[in-house]
Design a binder for this molecule. Structure first.
Ligand code: COI
Length: 361
């Protein structure tokens, strides 16, 4: 049975109550500077998706029995909008919606309509456009969030959902900005096993990573590099980014086996490499091969990729109590080139021959 097309209601905050960006955008950091409005819509079995509305940013009201709070049926996305000379642009929102629906399938949640949500997102950004920062390296981070809301303590897929989008003006994810980070190879804790939910952007994956990140931080590391859960042999991904190694001129990253996140930036990096004639391989890479390449002087450079992390150079790996420096803890040539190309496309300084960017307003 076809359902009626959903309307988008818009309720704006009074001009006098609106906030503004900090004067000094270099203080933005990541994840705290929220805008004036948000988008939300609801799902029930009787009504399908309904109640789509852009309204002032507000606290949520949830039943304490809402099942996401108990069993973690909760997923999210992360994408960005950029202020350019010719307006505000989004980067590959279709890929994020595709991944959101893949996460929803895995977590037994109801799919959203990507076109409807992207249009609502564009409306939301247009209303809050004053919040898109201006300085180089800054952007508007977009957090689509999808949670199960049925008040029920039995374990089953929820019959009710809330989907919402909040916006946040951001600078660099890491306090150090675009500079090499120290990564600890995690050989005790694991993030995700094959057959689990590692490929989904499930909130629980991040909760599961906190202990390891906390221990690593105490030891002076920025993030951890996860190894596969079965053998602790193959490198998978870093806490908030996919990982790339450049060995003997070839860019290598883990294949999408099911336990790692299919990053949109990861995919973009691979496509840029292929199109620029840079040798790139998606293959299993053991930690032993990584360490041997460093010892043999064949590890040219290493970097991570992610929406929040963009391209982040990796300056050293800590593994089994030993420290392995990469490229003398300097930003590698290829890392810099990929960063410049990717951000050049995002900020409209380089022609987008891939059709990745889409104008908002
Ligand atoms: C992103 O890069 O968008 C992420 O979701 C990583 C993180 C901030 C959780």
């Amino acid at each position: 049975m076809g359902r009626k097309k959903m309307e988008l209601k818009i309720t704006r905050k009074n001009e006098g109550e609106r906030g503004k960006l900090p004067e000094d955008e270099s203080t933005l950091g990541f994840g705290t500077c929220f805008t004036d409005h948000m988008f939300s819509m609801y799902y029930t079995e009787e009504r399908g998706w309904h109640g789509a509305e852009i309204m002032p940013y507000h606290n949520l009201v949830l039943d304490p029995a809402a099942c996401s709070l108990h069993y973690g049926q909760m997923i999210f996305e992360g994408l960005k909008a950029y202020r350019r000379d010719d307006g505000i642009w989004l980067f590959r929102p279709d890929k994020n919606m595709e991944r959101l629906n893949a996460s929803a399938d895995r977590m037994c949640m109801v799919r959203i309509d990507p076109d409807f949500v992207i249009n609502a997102l564009k409306e939301l950004i247009t209303i809050d456009q004053r919040w898109v920062p201006h300085s180089e390296g800054t952007s508007l981070y977009i957090r689509p969030t999808f949670i199960a809301t049925e008040p029920f303590l039995g374990v089953h897929p929820s019959t009710e959902y809330l989907f919402y989008i909040i916006l946040c003006a951001v600078g660099a994810y890491y306090a150090t900005g675009f500079a090499p980070v120290k990564i600890k190879v995690e050989d005790k804790f694991v993030r995700a096993a094959l057959g689990g939910v590692g490929f989904a952007k499930a909130a629980g994956n991040y909760a599961a990573s906190l202990k390891s990140a906390e221990v690593a931080a105490e030891e002076g590391y920025t993030q951890v590099l996860w190894l596969d859960a079965q053998e602790r042999k193959y490198v998978e991904e870093v806490g908030t980014m996919n990982q790339f190694f450049v060995i003997d001129g070839t860019v290598i990253t883990s294949p999408l086996t099911g336990s790692i996140l299919p990053g949109v930036t990861r995919d973009s990096v691979i496509q840029i490499c292929k199109s620029e004639g840079i040798s790139v391989e998606e293959r299993n890479l053991s930690i032993d091969e990584v360490i041997k390449a460093i010892d043999d002087g064949k590890m040219d450079e290493a970097f991570g990729s992610g929406t929040a992390a963009v391209i982040t150079p990796v300056g050293s790996l800590g593994y089994k109590g030993k420290e392995y420096k990469i490229n003398d803890f300097k930003v590698g040539e290829l890392t810099q080139r990929l960063y410049d190309t990717l951000t050049g496309i995002q900020w409209g300084k380089i022609e987008d021959k891939y059709g990745w960017t889409t104008k908002v307003c």
